[in-house]
Design a binder for this molecule. Structure first.
Ligand SMILES: Cc1ncc(COP(=O)(O)O)c(C=O)c1O
Length: 379
């Protein structure tokens, strides 16, 4: 057994260390907001919307309560605009977090689950093509674990079948495809700033980005109970705002995002180089010159004897996590829905394990993780 020097485990994610790096700027910001008397609908969230639209490269950004609301309100706005109608089929990767499916179902739309590619974990364009029918109206493209999922093949399918392309960029803020940020590749995108995300708030927060003015204006109204003017409501909306505190925190952290994503890439490169592929299946590398085409929100391995590896790493002071233990189509909430056969998705969920990767992980911790995995005898 490898002994940790100070006996403290290597954390899977050290949010305290990540946010400590932004003190004292964060404490100044929080104090100013507390003293301002303006806690929602203020200048700070407006500034964040401008900063984030500039960063992603879109004309509009609507800040709101969380990433799930972002997806839901995009779909609701398309229903209002007549681009979607109840019961329409929405293509979605089977291998995603439950929230992506949930947002589709609770708008009265039908999620059609598409198999992934095994080693990128993202949607397979070949499987996507097979699932497109005359009722398909949109694709929710998830950039899972931080890896760009967009490609020429996907673009051609979107164009050919006149689908709306909705990006779920919850896990990939800062990711780039051929010079364009994810979140600006499709018609509209949902982002999450949940505290564990690469750009994390100190609570829940999310955003929508788009270049479509009418869509942006309807989504903004939907976040405000459905009203564009005070006390007049055009739509049956909801209430979902990014408060000033979260916007202030994100304004502080956004200028540092690219640097921390580059640090994540360095760590991922060390794992890809150092971990012996005979022990575990490594995620696919990104191609040469593909700068930030993966923001490494998570570093995931596939291993048949997953429970044994988790136990071994835990005994050696290394925390791990599973993203995710049960795929959306096998969740109890969907027990009455038949999504068809999804063997690759189920294999991934049986074998996947996430190892520590965050910008504050130290070099000696990275080497310990690599050596410990390579010394595993339980393969
Ligand atoms: C792929 C994906 N989509 C959507 C969401 C929902 O975001 P939020 O937690 O901000 O509602 C998440 C959150 O983890 C996610 O990982």
């Amino acid at each position: 057994m490898i002994q940790m020097k100070d006996n403290s485990p290597i954390k899977f994610l050290d949010l305290k260390a990540i946010n400590k790096a932004f003190e004292p700027e964060l404490s100044d910001t929080l104090l100013q907001i507390s003293r301002s008397g303006q806690y929602v609908n203020g200048e700070i969230s407006t500034t964040f919307e401008k900063n984030f639209a500039d960063y992603i490269g879109t004309n509009h950004c609507i800040s709101l309560g969380n990433g799930t609301n972002a997806l839901e309100l995009i779909l609701q706005a398309y229903l209002i605009m007549g681009h979607l109608k109840e019961g329409d089929e929405i293509l979605v990767p089977a291998n995603t977090f439950f929230a992506t499916f949930l947002a589709i179902s609770n708008q009265g739309l039908k999620p059609v689950a598409v198999e992934p590619e095994l080693y990128s974990f993202n949607i397979s364009s070949r499987s996507l093509e097979q699932k497109i029918t005359r009722k398909s109206r949109a694709l929710v493209l998830v950039h899972l674990f931080g890896r760009n999922a967009y490609s020429e093949e996907i673009r051609q399918l979107i164009d050919k079948h006149q689908l709306k392309l909705i990006e779920d960029n919850a896990q990939a803020v800062g990711c780039i495809f051929k010079g364009v940020k994810t979140g600006a590749l499709g018609h509209v995108a949902a982002h999450s700033f949940y505290p564990t995300k690469n750009l994390g708030a100190l609570g829940d927060a999310g955003a929508v980005t788009t270049n479509e003015p009418e869509l942006a204006s309807i989504i903004r109204a939907l976040t405000n109970y459905g009203g564009k003017e005070k006390y007049k409501f055009e739509y049956i909306g909801t209430h979902s705002k990014m408060d000033e505190i979260q916007a202030g925190v994100l304004n502080v952290k956004l200028p540092h995002l690219d640097k921390s994503n580059r640090r994540r890439t360095e760590i991922a490169d060390a794992y890809l180089k150092g971990i012996d592929p005979q022990h575990v299946t490594l995620p696919m590398k990104t191609g040469p010159n593909q700068v930030l085409s993966h923001t490494w929100h998570l570093f995931t391995l596939l291993v048949e004897k997953r429970e044994k590896l988790i136990q071994y790493l835990s005994q050696n002071g290394i925390e791990t996590a599973i993203h995710y233990p049960i795929p959306p189509h096998l969740q109890p909430a969907y027990q009455k829905v038949n999504f068809g056969k999804l063997p690759l998705t189920e294999k991934i969920h049986r074998e996947i394990i996430s190892i520590p990767l965050h910008p504050e992980l130290r070099d000696n911790e990275i080497s310990t993780i690599i050596d410990t995995i390579n010394n595993w005898e339980g393969k």
